[in-house]
Design a protein around this ligand. Sequence first.
Ligand SMILES: [Zn+2]
Length: 60
Amino acid sequence: MPVGYGKKIRQAVTEAKKKSAKKYKCPSCSRTAMKRVANGVWQCRKCSSKFASGAFEFSG
Ligand SMILES: [Zn+2]
């Protein structure tokens, strides 16, 4: 395995985790309460609406 390969992967994973930890605006109630509950599944903590979106990033 080339030197530095593992490091690059770790950075990508860190970035993805940062994005998944970010709060996103709910398309249903417009409150910033979207939480990633599973891979590609996001749920609003205010109105409990569930949305399918990116695995680590909500866009909707
Ligand atoms: Zn909501």
